[in-house]
Write a protein that binds this ligand. Structure first.
Ligand code: ADP
Ligand code: VHF
Length: 375
């Protein structure tokens, strides 16, 4: 049965390396199977964006690697060799189904730059209008460790959040999130909150061909849920898995994979971008009064700041910590670390007295702040 509910019209499908390759490189049968399911969904009017791994695995096979190389530069070379092969395989099978696909390669740096982030959004949207299936991968050849998304699970959740998709499906080589890796029956069917107990289930290792492992799928779930988007980790090897996942959500049966259901408050798109696409460049330590003000939704003023750490410029993201060094949240600063040091603990009137050029009174405006409150 094909799901026709209009509520789920935009779907991001992440395909892990093990779901499309084997020790000999790209596994055409696996790709054909995914492409055929996507084609079925396109016929009933769904918009599909694929986030596909597999470039490194494809390149490894070409170079005769038996296991994943450890050096980043070797992986980058493998990805450069494999990415073309990967896309041409998708292209061949989509063409057989009278569909076209497009390649998009992005890095974490692209998403950290708001203009490029919005450009990515516009391009994906235009492709969808053209009825073309965007196939996104991290640009492994240019992404170094500091600017990497790290894995495609997180990238797929960022993409789902960017286009405000209705559903994110992560296809992998496991039946879902397991309590015990050796017992497929220990699957958790529904997760409503990604708490420590859930985070601790991920054992930190990826499979032979994968990169992110379960850790990164849990990180992806946090991003997806903060955007109000349900996410399902599902077994790519099950017949008609994508269509069954959609059915499982539609019927509230949750009978395939692990479904993460959004329950909490949804963050605005801008706050999601601040929270998940940018890396903090420093820290501000605030006093108790400021902590209270921030938790009740106010902006951060100089008077509540005790200390500044790191070197940053206006517009950078910084962490906000309390006096016990517990995390309160993050925000974009209106001033550099050097400027803030000059006005720490001062009231706005005092600051204006000695520097009339002083701009906005907020060091971090509440619209540019995300409260995380991990204490
Ligand atoms: N609690 C868990 N439940 C299921 N899989 C887990 C868990 N903890 C770690 N894993 C590992 O995560 C792997 C899937 O991630 P990964 O190898 O990155 O695959 P993919 O290429 O599909 O992203 C599984 O094969 C499994 O070894
Ligand atoms: N960008 C890499 C994939 C990295 C990755 O996250 O892999 P996986 O854990 O298999 O989804 C590639 O194309 O090989």
């Amino acid at each position: 049965m094909i799901y026709l509910n209009e509520n789920i019209s935009e779907i991001v499908i992440k395909v892990g390396s093990s779901s499309l390759s084997n020790e000999n490189g790209i596994d055409e049968d696996k790709i054909r199977n995914i492409v055929e399911q996507v084609s079925t969904l396109k016929k009933v009017g769904k918009d599909i964006v694929i986030v596909s791994s597999g470039a490194i695995a494809a390149g490894m096979a070409e170079l005769g690697y038996k296991k994943k190389p450890s050096l980043l530069i070797e992986k980058q070379a493998c990805a450069a060799i494999g990415q073309g092969l990967l896309i041409s395989t998708y292209n061949k099978h989509f063409n057989e189904n009278n569909l076209k696909c497009a390649q998009i390669l992005i890095t974490g740096e692209d998403f950290a730059n708001r203009r490029r982030y919005l450009n990515a959004y516009n391009t994906i949207n235009q492709l969808l209008k053209f009825n073309i299936i965007p196939i996104i991968n991290e640009n492994d050849t240019t992404a170094t460790l500091e600017i990497k998304f790290g894995d495609n699970d997180v990238l797929s959740a960022q993409v789902a959040s960017l286009i405000e998709a209705d559903l994110l499906i992560i296809l992998s080589d496991v039946s879902g999130l397991l309590k015990n890796l050796n017992d497929p029956n220990s699957i958790i069917r529904v997760v409503e909150e990604v708490n420590l107990e859930i985070e601790n289930l991920a054992n930190g290792k990826a499979g032979k061909l994968g990169t992110g492992g379960m850790n990164s799928k849990i990180k992806a779930a946090k991003i997806s849920l903060s955007a109000g988007i349900p996410m399902v980790i599902a077994p790519s090897y099950e017949k008609d898995v994508i269509i069954r996942v959609i059915d499982s959500i539609e019927s509230n049966m949750f009978n395939i994979g692990t479904t993460f259901i959004p329950k909490g408050k949804k963050l605005s798109k801008r706050k999601r971008w601040i929270n998940f696409s940018l890396k903090p460049k420093g820290e501000v330590i605030v006093d108790e009064g400021a902590q209270k003000a921030l938790l009740s939704g106010k902006s951060l003023l100089a008077v509540g700041i005790n200390e500044v750490k790191g070197v940053f410029i206006a517009g950078d993201l910084v962490r906000i910590l309390n006096e016990k060094r517990e995390n309160i949240g993050k925000g974009l600063v209106n001033y550099s670390s050097e400027e803030i040091k000059l006005i720490i603990g001062k009231k706005t009137e005092e600051i204006h007295l000695f520097n009339e050029k002083f701009g906005p009174e907020e060091i971090i405006h509440r619209d540019n702040m995300v409260i995380e409150k991990e204490f």
